[in-house]
Write a protein that binds this ligand. Structure first.
Ligand code: ZN
Length: 295
């Protein structure tokens, strides 16, 4: 097991990287690691993550009771604690506000399209936990919907959250999310995302085992083939990835609708004709609305 002194130093280093990369401003963000099975080492509240020292950290139990430290634990301690409760395999949790990923979280656009092979083999999809008031019990409740099947997610109008088998693995997932968001933003500004076809997504998922990647859940089967039309795939048990059938092609061009190049989740035009294509989720939402209005 890594000595406590090393873990304190690692939290300082990860905080410094988060701040220097602009993932946090001022006193934003928080970081924690497990100290054995029943204690956590956690960043204190109201400190800039770029200028921490090892002695600043708090030690708490898994109920949030402070056991050691001069300062109070992070204001997002409730969220941090709940992640460990839901995911016994998690050894570290990082939370920050990386600006491009958070921009997607503000726009309500999940990073769940099949775009980058690297992301599909590691994180799978990056959903958005619904908006909750920071530092309250609402936030862990919102995160709970996705945390069993995902190692990383966006928090609506707030930021991003990642977890891992060790601190640097949790931190690198934060980097991956921001990097993915940056690439997606550029592709959308250029007017097109070529999507990786469903068959290739399945092939990439098979590579997880080859590379020893411990994903918390498999990528959901294609919702257009299986599953309940209204509820769709369950984000508690699998990762929803938007990937079209390729019909032999491994990449499927997907032009972003004209006039709204960053929409991503809205209806897409097709060559200016009258065809409107909807994602599975959008179609389900329309059907749910229609049924609601009949009641
Ligand atoms: Zn935050």
């Amino acid at each position: 097991m890594t000595p406590e002194s090393q873990l304190r130093a690692d939290i300082v280093e990860v905080g410094r990287r988060m701040y220097s990369r602009g993932y946090t401003a001022s006193n934003d963000g928080n970081i924690s690691v497990r100290l054995g099975d029943d204690r956590l080492l956690m960043t204190p509240r109201s400190v800039c993550k770029g200028f921490m020292t090892p002695d600043m950290m708090c030690i708490t139990d898994l109920d949030g009771k402070k056991l050691q430290g001069d300062r109070d634990p992070s204001s997002e301690m409730l969220m941090q604690l709940d992640v460990y409760r839901q995911r016994p395999d998690a050894r570290a949790v990082c939370h920050a506000h990386p600006p491009i990923a958070t921009g997607f979280a503000v726009a309500g656009i999940p990073l769940d399209r099949a775009v980058l092979a690297e992301v599909l083999t590691t994180l799978g999809s990056i959903p958005i936990a619904e908006y909750a008031t920071p530092s309250t019990a609402e936030l862990p409740a919102a995160v709970r919907k996705f945390v069993k099947a995902h190692d990383g997610m966006l928090l609506a109008n707030h930021g991003a959250l990642t977890l891992g088998a060790d601190l640097f693995s949790a931190y690198y997932k934060l980097e991956t999310i921001e990097h993915f968001a940056k690439i997606s933003l550029v592709a959308r500004m250029l007017g097109r995302e070529n999507l990786i076809a469903r068959e290739e997504v399945d092939r990439l998922q098979g590579l997880r085992a080859n590379y020893g990647i411990q994903a918390p859940a498999p990528i959901c089967p294609d919702p257009s083939v299986v599953g309940d039309l209204l509820s769709g795939p369950d984000p508690l048990t699998c990762q929803v990835v938007q990937a079209p059938e390729g019909d032999g092609r491994r990449l499927v061009p997907d032009p972003i609708a004209g006039g709204n190049p960053l929409s991503g989740g809205d209806a897409h035009g097709s060559d200016g004709d009258q065809e409107i294509r909807l994602t599975y989720r959008e179609l389900s939402a329309l059907i749910e609305d229609a049924i609601r209005s009949l009641r």
